[in-house]
Structures are given as C-alpha cells and as structure tokens.
Design a protein around this ligand. Structure first.
Ligand code: FRU
Length: 486
C-alpha cells in the first residue's frame, strides 16, 4: 500500500472519536454513493486495506482490517472492526487497535488472531518511522515491532506487549519484517512473518514458542532463486492434509501473458514436518488473475472450514484504484471464500454456502446447443454456468461492457470499457468446465473450474440497463442466474 505514515499523527481512541464527529458530512456523502457495495465489506468512510485478525470466537466472526478513517487525509493506520454471524449481516464496531504506543505510533500494521481456550491472542506489526533525518526506511529509520494484545471477547483488549523488535530478527534482514500469523502444529506454536533481507530477497520467517509469548527464530522459507524483494502477508494453512504457504512477493516484474505484474499474490505448496530444518517449497501459483486482489488472510472457523478474505485492490497499480475517494470512501474486501484442495492438489476458492440466502428465485435452465442467452440483470447477481463441452469457445458479455471470452485455450477478462484504466487479464487454460460469477454494484468476482482460478476486479459501468449475454456454440450449458439481496 501507499505509505500512510509519512505524516506523523498518532491516533488514540479519544483522538479518533473526536475526529470522527467531524466526518458526518463525508459519511452521508459516502452512504449515498450509488457504487457502494451491497454485500462486500467496505468502509463507511475512509480507506480500508488488508483483512486482519480473522477468527471466529463464541459463534461471532471477527473481521478486523487496516483502516485509515479520514483518508485522503492521512493518519497512522489503525484496525477497523466488523462482526458477523452469517456473512450476510455485518455490524461495524468501534476500531479495535489504535496506533497509540511508542511501538506502533506510525501504524498498527497487519497481523492475525489465534484463539486458544477462552482467549484471543492478536499479533501484529507496530510500525515506527523516524523523521529526525533522511532515511531510506529499509536499513534505517524504521522499526517493525511484533506486538501482542489479548482479549476474552474480541471487543476489549489487554495492554499491548512488545514481543520482538528488529534486533530480535536475524541480522541479515532489512528493517522490513511484518505481518505475523500464529498457528499450532505438532503441539507447538509457530509464528510466520514476511521479510526482506539486505540483498533485497523476500522470504517468510518461522519462529517457535511453547507459551505464545516467548518466540525463537527457527528458519526461513524461501525459494531456490530469489523471488521478489519482500514477501508481505504470509499465511500458513493445512487444508485436507496438504500444506500451503500464501505470500505476496513484491516487485516481481513477473511477465504474465505479456503483462508485467509488480506485486504478486499466490501460494506455494509446502512440505515441512515442523521438526528439523528441511522443507520443500513448490511452484508458485497466482491466487487471483484479476486486477484487484492482494494481502489475503485465511483462518479456520469453528466448524473447521478454511475461509479466505482478500483486500479487493492492489498496491502501486497503474489503473485507477481510488475512483470512489471523491465520495469519501476507498476500497473493499472480497467476499469470503471457502478453501479446498482439488484432485490435482491446487488450492481452490469457492463462495461460502451462506450466500445462497441472498438469492432470489432466479432462472435455472439448460441452454441448448447453438442457442443464445440474453437477459436483464441488476448489478448484484450470481451466475453459475456449467459447460457440456469444456473446450468450446464462448463469449460472455457481463453487465454493460465487460467481456469474458474463451478462445483457443485462453480465458480473458476485458474491462477496457468499464475498468477505470483496467484493460485485459488472460490465462491459458486447456478447458473451462464451469464459471461462478458474483457481481456487486462495482465489483466482479469470477471463479473458474471450481475456483482453481479466480478473477477479482472492481468494475465501473453505468449500472443501468445491465444485461448478461452468452453466445453459445455447439455444446449445451447449464445456467443458474440469481439476483442477490441482503
Ligand atoms: C500489505 C501491507 C502489509 C502491511 C500493511 C500496512 O498491503 O503493506 O505488509 O502490514 O499493508 O497497511
């Protein structure tokens, strides 16, 4: 994200509440913005980025997030807080974490929650930027502290406790070490953190602990060849017995279909027994092929499901990510997605089953070979398509001018006419068996082949007289199309 900490303006609870009173006009302006999302989390006013501290405790899902409430006026980032029991109805709570200590005065950066017995342990990065002279903020002028707060209910937190500072991390690292995630494996507690070393190579650090407060460095997960200069927001997860490491490698300049993507977000299959120092990090898979997806966080809910939410934006894009800032709010989170592993070992994402509650009666039909399907839609819809012939070319017109087409083994999303500078994203796929599309006022999330691939993007069209059209070929298609209402 853009560094929000340049202006040093620590924000405690009282300061926040006082400033918030002045925001009523902006709040109303934001509330009446027609492109406000209907079923996605987004700020009432101000800026949102990474989801943080995701967990479920006593039935309540807690979704904390990076929050700059007065954006475009800057302040040190804090943690907003939203709760839900069903992922349909949300309650915005008072922010849960203010940058109010000397360890986090320039930002309560990203982190995670670990629930054990009746206690929520929240670990995050306290960002400090010194302004007394010129620094590069890589090797000097910055602190990234690992901080712990605990809570019995997710609303009230203990005093903050400094667990680690830069001198506690390995000495070959730069000052960029952040975004802790804590988990338990083999009866032992582990913490991972994203890191950038002094050679500008990204990695994920692994620490261990027996009591959740004293941490010892064990090793770092890295690729054989350097892969990006910093890995942000790491997540470890074990789904259906398979281990994965999610990370956001920065400044990759990786070419994907002729397009240079600077910041990637994806996962490595991981093989590690959490005992010795031997591990295997497999091939990197991009988690999402769209324009607006970064810094996802995963957690296991009380029923054991692995759920992912991402930031529906991206840092340093060359297209307009702040279309809605003039109306007082910027960015959103993705819909929550359940993770599962496909037969070929890919980490797949699918919309939560809870979303079925939002459906209207809809249309369920078979589209016969050669037929064309065209119908009016509201901006909030869900469209499921299953192809009898998965190799067949097709073209979908979504809403006003978004085009999803499959030709000669390439699936492309073209937002040239409605993307505020977003153009085309493509991926080579030998077949497209199914599509599951979620459209909200100003977003599109497309799940392909059971969610093995996804495309997440903001979209800015007129929202009037919208249609979906499918130009079908020889094969039959099963269609389910629903309007969505919360
Ligand atoms: C990712 C990120 C994190 C950091 C946070 C600050 O978007 O840069 O690495 O903790 O945002 O807002």
């Amino acid at each position: 994200m853009a560094d929000m900490t340049l202006k040093k303006k620590p924000m405690d609870r009282d300061g926040f509440l006082k400033e918030m009173q002045k925001m009523e006009v902006r709040r109303q302006q934001a509330a009446s913005d027609p492109i406000r999302l209907c079923y996605h989390l987004h700020p009432p006013v101000g800026w949102i980025n990474d989801p943080n501290g995701l967990c479920q405790k006593d039935g309540i899902y807690h979704i904390y997030h990076q929050y700059v409430p007065f954006y475009p006026e800057l302040c040190s980032v804090l943690w907003g807080h939203v709760t839900t029991r069903d992922f349909i109805h949300y309650e915005i709570q008072e922010p849960a974490n203010f940058p109010d200590t000397k360890w986090d005065e320039n930002g309560a950066y990203s982190g995670s929650a670990f629930v054990k017995d009746d206690t929520m342990y929240v670990y995050y990065t306290g960002n400090v930027r010194h302004a007394d002279k010129e620094y590069d903020y890589i090797t000097g002028g910055r602190e990234q502290n690992t901080i712990l707060m605990t809570s019995k209910d997710g609303f009230h937190f203990s005093n903050k406790r400094l667990l680690m500072k830069n001198t506690d991390y390995p000495s070959d690292l730069s000052l960029h070490v952040r975004d802790p995630q804590v988990f338990c494996e083999q009866g032992q507690y582990f913490m991972i953190q994203g890191a950038r070393d002094l050679q500008d190579t990204g990695s994920v650090l692994l620490f261990e602990s027996s009591n959740l407060t004293d941490w010892t460095y064990r090793l770092r997960f890295e690729t054989k060849e350097p892969f990006g200069y910093m890995w942000e927001c790491p997540n470890y997860l074990k789904v259906d017995g398979r281990q994965f490491l999610i990370a956001c490698p920065q400044k990759m300049r990786k070419k994907e279909n002729g397009l240079v993507k600077e910041n990637l977000c994806g996962y490595f299959p991981l093989a590690y027994d959490f005992k010795g120092s031997e591990y295997d990090v497999g091939e990197f898979f991009t988690l999402d092929r769209g324009f607006d997806f970064y810094a996802p966080q995963v957690f296991q809910d009380e029923s054991g499901r692995w759920i992912l939410l991402g930031w529906m934006s991206t840092p340093d894009a060359d297209y307009d990510c702040e279309v809605m800032v003039k109306n007082g709010w910027v960015h959103a989170l993705t819909i929550p997605r359940e993770l599962y592993v496909s037969q070929n070992g890919r980490l797949c994402q699918r919309p939560l089953k809870e979303f079925r509650q939002m459906r209207d009666d809809g249309t369920v039909k078979t589209l016969e070979a050669g037929a064309e399907f065209c119908t009016d839609v509201s901006p909030c819809f869900e469209w499921k398509l299953t192809m009898d012939d998965p190799t067949e070319a097709f073209t979908l017109l979504l809403r006003e001018s978004a085009v999803l087409s499959y030709q000669e083994g390439v699936l492309s999303l073209d937002l040239t006419g409605c993307g505020a500078g977003r153009t085309v994203r493509s991926i080579c796929l030998p077949e497209v068996r199914d599509l599951w599309i979620f459209s909200d006022t100003s977003s599109l999330e497309i799940f392909v082949n059971g969610g093995e691939e996804t495309f997440t993007s903001r979209i800015y069209d007129s929202m009037e007289h919208l249609q979906v059209t499918l130009k079908a070929g020889k094969g039959r298609k099963q269609i389910e199309l629903y309007g969505l209402h919360t």
